[in-house]
Design a protein around this ligand. Structure first.
Ligand code: PRE
Length: 157
């Protein structure tokens, strides 16, 4: 019956922020990859998973795929920024974007949990439904596939 559209929209929203992240880092000469920050994001996702009755290890794997794609988006956009004028006023990474990313991470975990509670698995959801909602430019078709596969691996405690 119902599709996890809200979940897919939250995933898309998280990926959409990566252009703002990349712009902030480009104008401030910061590296794209921040391993320490990734661990903060992963730890929070595992805590949220446990609270929502999901296997933290399976959420960690899904978040690692999301973060990998987040970095790929940032590298592609940063390359474009080398030959374009700065398109807008950057949004502050620490004060604005990172808190939003943590909030969206919690929202993604709770929406996965809600869907699995009602439907047991994502097996009945066609990839085309996911693909249609992930509209962020700089995400490849192969990355969408990998992200959807990782989502389907998330399991209850
Ligand atoms: O917070 C950042 O700096 C981001 O770029 C976001 C993010 C993430 O997806 O959470 C992605 C790449 C970084 O290595 C760390 C975290």
């Amino acid at each position: 019956d119902e599709l996890p559209r809200n979940l897919f929209e939250s995933i898309n929203e998280r990926l959409h922020y990566m252009e703002d992240v990349a712009l902030f880092k480009a104008v401030n000469y910061l590296p794209i990859e921040n391993v320490q920050r990734e661990e903060v994001v992963i730890e929070q996702s595992k805590r949220a998973a446990f609270e929502r009755g999901l296997n933290p290890q399976s959420i960690e794997s899904f978040f690692r795929v999301q973060i990998g794609i987040a970095k790929a988006i940032q590298f592609r956009y940063r390359a474009d920024l080398l030959s374009e004028p700065v398109p807008k006023e950057p949004v502050d990474l620490n004060d604005v974007i990172r808190p939003e990313l943590l909030r969206l991470g919690d929202e993604i975990v709770s929406r996965i949990s809600d869907y699995l509670t009602r439907h047991g698995s994502f097996d009945q959801v066609p990839f085309t439904e996911f693909e249609a909602i992930i509209t962020v430019r700089y995400v490849t078709a192969a990355e969408k596939q990998r992200l959807f596969e990782a989502l389907k691996e998330v399991e209850p405690l």
